[in-house]
Design a protein around this ligand. Structure first.
Ligand SMILES: [Zn+2]
Length: 286
């Protein structure tokens, strides 16, 4: 098995919304804000090459939204999903499976694109199965008012209409060590219902794809919970359990949204679990 980080394109989000009740004076030490109060955000996918399977974890927000929509997110940098895949010798048509941690637009928007004459939508990965889970699919397709702006029907319905939609069979409420895709999955419900975090064994280490349980290194202390989370108290509990496990089992945490750090490890301190160190992916795994 071979893993590759795949940068799909950076953007920006409101720093206050990203840190919930934490005051700006504190969060801006780790995540400096620009003049619009926005902070740097990555959309870093992970590609798994495993035998004849090529599995992409999340896709970033894609390219099909309006200029007005993208205007809110101030995209920056040169990364594109095609450019990043090409650099490691692949194209989108090579992807056999796209695993979606959850269906917020910045995680799954890249699955769907305009068709050629821009009259409708089509899958951007024509040979791939799209993987979510049934509970999360129901949650996303009948969205609550709070998450409605994040679950875009133009991202969801074309997955189903194409026949490429598949559901992971959930065998546990918290962690299952295997799945249809060969890796373990943590289920967490604080950010959104039944978010899935892949856990992979790779080169003798355990790596967990953090998605929106821990968006950046700045979010490690327990109360640093995003304002976007639908069940913030549950996120607190889920973070505590996960961070303790991550310390005792020496996990490498892979960040999807941290624009400046790909991986970190954690340590136990008097104040609780804190950052031990950050790493580039290449430093640990190549
Ligand atoms: Zn999310």
């Amino acid at each position: 098995m071979q893993l590759y980080p795949v940068e799909t394109g950076n953007f920006k989000l409101d720093g206050g919304a990203m840190f919930g009740v934490v005051p700006k004076g504190i969060w801006q030490r780790t995540n400096p804000a620009d003049s619009n109060n926005q902070i740097d955000i990555a959309a870093r996918s992970l590609l798994i090459e495993d035998g004849d399977r090529l599995i992409l974890i999340d896709t970033g927000m894609g390219n099909k939204q309006s200029d007005k929509f993208f205007g809110y997110y101030n995209r920056w940098g040169n990364h594109t999903i095609d450019g990043s895949l090409n650099k490691i010798g692949f194209t989108r048509d090579d992807i056999t499976d796209v695993f979606l941690t959850h269906l917020h637009f910045d995680h799954c928007g890249g699955c769907i694109q305009w068709n050629k004459d821009r009259t409708g939508y089509e899958p951007a990965f024509k040979n791939a199965k799209f993987w979510t889970n049934e509970d999360h699919w129901k949650w996303a397709t009948k969205p609550n008012a709070r998450e409605k702006a994040s679950f875009l029907k133009e991202n969801l319905l074309p997955m189903q209409e194409s026949g490429q939609l598949n559901f992971i069979k959930r065998k546990s409420d918290h962690f299952q060590s295997d799945s249809e895709l060969g890796f373990g999955i943590h289920f967490v419900d604080g950010h959104t219902d039944k978010q899935m975090l892949p856990q992979l064994s790779y080169k003798g280490q355990d790596l967990v794809f953090m998605a929106d349980l821990l968006p950046t290194v700045g979010h490690i202390p327990l109360p640093y919970v995003m304002g976007y989370d639908t069940r913030p108290l549950l996120t607190l509990t889920e973070k505590e359990l996960f961070l303790n496990k991550a310390v005792s089992e020496e996990f490498y945490l892979f960040f999807e949204h941290d624009a400046h750090n790909e991986l970190c490890t954690l340590k136990e301190t008097e104040k609780g679990v804190r950052l031990e160190d950050t790493y580039t992916f290449d430093r640990i795994f190549n």
